[in-house]
Design a binder for this molecule. Structure first.
Ligand SMILES: [Fe+2]
Ligand SMILES: [Fe+2]
Length: 364
C-alpha cells in the first residue's frame, strides 16, 4: 500500500465547478413524493461486503460468453465467425471490461453530482433524497471497483463520458445537473445495467447488477418526479436551455460520426486487439442490410428510454425531437431511428409503468 499523502499520484488535476449552495429553513415535508422516495431509499439500503458473495471466483467461461450487447448484431455476422474462437473471446472480455470500467467511472461521477445536489437543490425533501443517493453511489463505486479488481484490469474513462460528467459537475444550474445526471446519464446506465444483467450468466455480476439497478430505478424516479415539478415553472428560454443541455449530453455519448462517441472509444480497444475497425465496419455494413431484416429492431438506451423520459417531462419540443432524430439517424440509420421525424416519434415507447420491476426484467 502506498503511504498516505495529501496529493495522490492517481488523482486528476482539480476541476473548477460552479454551484450555488442554498439553505432551506422550512423543514416540513413539501414535495411529498420525494419524501416518500427518501424513506424508501433509507429502507432499501444494502451493504456490499455483507450482501454479496465475494468469495465466489468469477466464472470466466460465463463472462467470456456474455453477448457483446452492441447496437449492431455483430455476433450474427460472417465477419465475427471468421475471427476464430481465441480472438472472439478476447474481444468479448475486452468489451465487458470496457463497459464495466465506464460503469465504474460513471458511478464516481454520479457520486459527486449527487453530493452537489444536496447543496444546490432548494427543497428540503430533494436535499434528503440526494443524500441517500450519494450513499447509494458510493456503494456502486465500491462494488464495480471490487468486481473489476477481481478481473485484474480497469480501463481509463472513455472521453465522451468524462466530458459529460465534467459538464454536469461544472454547470452552476442545479436543474441542468439533475437533467444531465438523473435523466441522461442514469437513464442510459439503468438501461445498460438491465441489458447486461439479461445477457450475462456470470452469477456475481448478475447479483451486482440486480442490486445496483434497484437503486438506479429510484434515482431515475427522483429525476422524473422532481424535474416534472420544475419544468412547468420555467420560462420558455429556460426550458430551451435545459433541453439543449440534455441534447448535448446525449449527443456526446452516442454520436460516433466524428469518431468521438462511446462506440468509437470501444473500437479503439478492438484495434489494439488486432481488429481493423475500417475493415470491420465495411464488412458489417455489407452484411447489415440482410441482418436488420432478420433481427428484431433494437432501439437502444436513447431511443428506448432517455428520449421517452424527456418527452414525459415536457422537455421534448419539436425542435429537440428533430435534433435527437437527426443524431440518431446519422448514427443508427433510418431503419432504426425512423426515416422521418414522424416515424421517429411514433416509435418512441412509453416509459414502463413500473420502472423498478422493468429494471429487474420482472416486466417487459
Ligand atoms: Fe449508481
Ligand atoms: Fe445512480
Amino acid at each position: 500500500m502506498t503511504p498516505f499523502a495529501l496529493r495522490t499520484p492517481t488523482q486528476e488535476p482539480d476541476l473548477a465547478t460552479a454551484m450555488r449552495v442554498v439553505y432551506q429553513w422550512s423543514y416540513a415535508p413539501e414535495v411529498e413524493e420525494l419524501r416518500r422516495l427518501y424513506v424508501k431509499a433509507a429502507e432499501a439500503q444494502w451493504v456490499a461486503a455483507r450482501d454479496l458473495d465475494w468469495e465466489r471466483p468469477i466464472d470466466e467461461e460465463k463472462l467470456g460468453a456474455t453477448p457483446l450487447g452492441l447496437g449492431l448484431p455483430i455476433e450474427r455476422t460472417a465477419f465475427w465467425r471468421s475471427l476464430g474462437e481465441g480472438l472472439r473471446r478476447t474481444l468479448t472480455r475486452r468489451t465487458a471490461i470496457f463497459r464495466l470500467s465506464n460503469f465504474l467511472h460513471g458511478e464516481q461521477g454520479a457520486l459527486m453530482v449527487a453530493a452537489q445536489l444536496v447543496n444546490a437543490v432548494p427543497h428540503i425533501d430533494a436535499k434528503f433524497y440526494a443524500a441517500t443517493q450519494t450513499m447509494d453511489e458510493a456503494r456502486h463505486v465500491e462494488v464495480f471497483a471490487r468486481y473489476i479488481g477481481k478481473l485484474g484490469e480497469v480501463d481509463p474513462i472513455a472521453p465522451p463520458l468524462k466530458g459529460i460528467l465534467d459538464a454536469t459537475l461544472a454547470t452552476g444550474d442545479w436543474m441542468q445537473k439533475l437533467v444531465g445526471m438523473q435523466i441522461v446519464v442514469e437513464g442510459l446506465a439503468l438501461y445498460s445495467f438491465r441489458e447486461m444483467r439479461n445477457l450475462t450468466a456470470e452469477p456475481l455480476l448478475r447479483d451486482i447488477l440486480g442490486y445496483v439497478a434497484r437503486d438506479e430505478s429510484r434515482h431515475h424516479a427522483y429525476g422524473v418526479q422532481y424535474v416534472a415539478r420544475c419544468v412547468p415553472c420555467l420560462a420558455p428560454g429556460e426550458r430551451t436551455a435545459l433541453e439543449d443541455f440534455a441534447i448535448e449530453a446525449a449527443r456526446a455519448l452516442i454520436d460516433n460520426t466524428s469518431g468521438q462517441g462511446m462506440f468509437s472509444a470501444m473500437l479503439r480497444l478492438w484495434a489494439e486487439a488486432g481488429i481493423d475497425p475500417v475493415e470491420m465496419l465495411t464488412r458489417l455494413r455489407s452484411e447489415g442490410a440482410g441482418l436488420s431484416r432478420s433481427v428484431p429492431r433494437r432501439l437502444g438506451p436513447m431511443q428506448g428510454f432517455v428520449v421517452p423520459t424527456l418527452r414525459r417531462l415536457g422537455l421534448l419540443s419539436d425542435r429537440a425531437a428533430a435534433r435527437f432524430h437527426e443524431v440518431l439517424r446519422a448514427n443508427l440509420g433510418g431503419e432504426v431511428a425512423g426515416e422521418d421525424l414522424e416515424t421517429f416519434l411514433a416509435r418512441l415507447p412509453e416509459l414502463p409503468a413500473d420502472v423498478a420491476a422493468w429494471a429487474l426484467s420482472e416486466i417487459e
